[in-house]
Design a protein around this ligand. Structure first.
Ligand SMILES: CC(C)(COP(=O)(O)OP(=O)(O)OC[C@H]1O[C@@H](n2cnc3c(N)ncnc32)[C@H](O)[C@@H]1OP(=O)(O)O)[C@@H](O)C(=O)NCCC(=O)NCCS
Length: 186
């Protein structure tokens, strides 16, 4: 029988890995290696919640606030923050720990939208039960982000259409202006 609702607390999971020399880029961990781990954490958390295979639909902004050294232990703490009909937003906090000093740094926060699939098509996911105020706020943040994403995309497409209709001379002029927004192009 399919589970139709799950609480946020049941969606929490942790993924830990030592960053090996293969992840090295100029002495620090390559950003792409970290994104690959974030994707894996998102996949595991979403697929467990959905009870189906999930695919990555989009990554929201990921800031690299502190570098990670080769040899650090990286931990991904993830949970489902928002569930739509067939999509979910997975929130992932990344921590890096220096084994010798025990120092732990919060290096990233990522939000990844995953979509559950069955027979290759988007398939409904369980409802997400918010258990406290923080859960409710995180849920609404994800819901708002989803709505903004579509509105923003439509708005951006219009801007790109307007830009594409300008002459090369006008485009050269726009390349040199300090703010595209002031001219209504951003
Ligand atoms: C993600 C994917 C399944 C969506 O398929 P689709 O036919 O556009 O599906 P729908 O329009 O019915 O949307 C299904 C859900 O996905 C969400 N979605 C679709 N595209 C999205 C995007 N780019 N970002 C965030 N969410 C998205 C929709 O909002 C919808 O959510 P909801 O059911 O909770 O309201 C499809 O685009 C796909 O297979 N992409 C490739 C995924 C993949 O291979 N990922 C790994 C990349 S290496």
């Amino acid at each position: 029988m399919e589970v139709t609702a799950k609480p946020v607390s049941a969606t929490r999971s942790t993924l830990t890995q030592v960053m090996e020399p293969g992840h090295n880029f100029l002495g620090k961990v390559f950003g792409g290696a970290l994104l690959s781990m974030v994707d894996l954490a998102a996949y595991t958390t979403a697929s467990r919640f959905a009870g189906n295979i999930c695919v990555t639909a989009s990554f929201d902004r990921v800031d690299f606030v502190a570098p990670i050294d080769v040899g650090d232990v990286v931990t991904m703490e993830s949970f489902i923050g928002f569930a739509g009909r067939t999509s979910m937003e997975v929130v992932i906090d990344v921590w890096a720990e220096n084994i010798l000093t025990g120092e732990k740094r919060h290096t990233n926060k990522a939000r990844v939208t995953m979509v559950a699939l069955k027979d290759g098509k988007p398939y409904p996911v369980p409802k997400l039960i918010c258990e406290n105020r923080e859960d409710r706020l995180t849920f609404l943040e994800g819901k708002a982000r989803k709505e903004r994403r579509f509105a923003h995309r439509a708005e951006f497409d219009q801007i790109m259409e307007r830009l594409a209709s300008q002459t090369d001379e006008k485009l050269d002029e726009l390349i040199l202006v300090s703010s595209l927004a002031e001219l209504g192009f951003a």
